[in-house]
Design a protein around this ligand. Structure first.
Ligand code: GTP
Ligand code: MG
Length: 337
């Protein structure tokens, strides 16, 4: 049985769970498929053309693969690594047709990516605080709404805090979501209030309300590394003062449509904060879904969630199998039983 067929069977045989952590990780194949349509169209089209062209499996084929990977936002070093592994896999599997080699490409990518722990960390002894950070416009606030929805559906109660006191309209935006989701929200009491003090109040409110999880929105303003570090340090020390062990998750949101910029943001934020996971948004808006491989290989912080559209259910736990299957939708495969 071919690799992709095996993967499909694996995804199909997944069972639904009642456990909170497992529920959060449940994914929807059609959301993945829809969200990765552009990437899949781009890559399978190119690979299918190679299969049709009767190109021989040699330098020209590998150069084409390298080009396709790089155009999909896989960084150069990773692309080279993938091709060297692909060459070995072709020999090992005695692959003779281009379509066989194309399928092996995804098996290589799957194995290279490996397994990441995409579970959300929860505080076992009290309030779980999730801090959400990232530059302007990447999708922090919308991802917070979507994440609140996922956590709520898993059976835990949620509250949010509008720690973005910088952008006019930011508080209203989060308030609207909170109303829709029927969850509590802590807002600043004055314009440009220190975000740490809003989060301080948010924690008090969350403890008083007795909710399980508090998600903190922050401003996405671009600032110097030193200022950013100071601000995040202040927020962290406030959380640590109130909740033993501090924030359970520090999620960095990056926009996949910005390609290598997303990678450099992750690098910079990683220097100033202990990021526990990445939320990769707007995958539906790009044909360059390979950026996830660059994140894995250049930064090695687990992508925990992916944004596959603008609707509330379009944030999904990151699942490598779903990702690869959606990516290869429409790929020509050799006839297999
Ligand atoms: N297509 C698509 N749009 C998204 C996704 N995630 C967020 N967006 C859109 O991106 C835009 C910006 O989202 P916000 O959540 O306001 O971004 P933010 O990071 O909070 O922005 P600031 O508060 O200004 O820093 C909105 O129009 C969202 O609907 C996604 O996964 N797919
Ligand atoms: Mg925002």
């Amino acid at each position: 049985m071919g690799f992709l067929k095996k993967l499909k069977d694996k995804v199909k045989s997944r069972k639904k769970s009642d456990e909170v952590l497992e529920k959060i990780k449940e994914t929807n194949s059609s959301t993945y498929e829809k969200g990765l349509k552009k990437s899949s169209f781009f890559i399978t089209n190119k690979l299918n053309k190679l299969a049709e062209s009767k190109i021989s499996i040699g330098d020209e084929y590998f150069e084409s693969i390298e080009e396709i990977l790089i155009m999909s936002d896989v960084n150069y070093a990773t692309a080279i690594k993938i091709i060297s592994l692909l060459k070995k896999a072709i020999v090992k599997n005695k692959a003779e047709s281009v379509s066989e080699c194309n399928e092996l490409l995804f098996e290589v990518i799957y194995n290279l990516y490996g397994s990441d722990d995409t579970s959300l960390n929860f505080n076992k002894d009290g309030l779980t605080v999730i801090l959400v950070i990232g530059v302007n416009g990447v999708g922090k606030t919308t991802s917070i709404a979507k994440l609140s929805n996922i956590i709520q559906k898993s059976g835990k109660s949620v509250r949010v805090v509008a720690g973005d006191t910088f952008r006019a309209g930011a508080v209203d935006q989060l308030s609207k979501w909170a109303e829709k989701l029927n969850i509590g929200i802590t807002k600043p009491v004055k314009d440009f209030q220190d975000p740490a003090s809003v989060i301080f109040k948010g924690i008090d409110d969350a403890i008083e309300e007795g909710v399980d999880v508090l998600i903190c929105d922050t401003a996405g303003r671009l600032q110097s590394k030193k200022n950013l570090m100071n601000e995040l340090n202040k927020i962290n020390s406030i959380i640590e003062k109130k909740v033993k062990g501090g924030a359970s998750e520090v999620l960095l949101v990056v926009d996949s449509t910005t390609g290598q910029n997303a990678i450099s943001q992750a690098h910079s934020f990683n220097e100033v904060a202990e990021i526990t996971g990445i939320v990769l948004t707007k995958l539906d808006g790009t044909s360059k879904g390979g950026v996830i491989l660059s994140i894995k290989n250049q930064i090695d912080i687990p992508v925990k969630f992916v944004g596959l559209g603008e609707k509330i259910d379009d944030l999904q736990s990151f699942n490598l199998e779903e990702y690869i299957l959606s990516f290869t939708e429409g790929l020509y495969l050799d006839e297999q039983e």
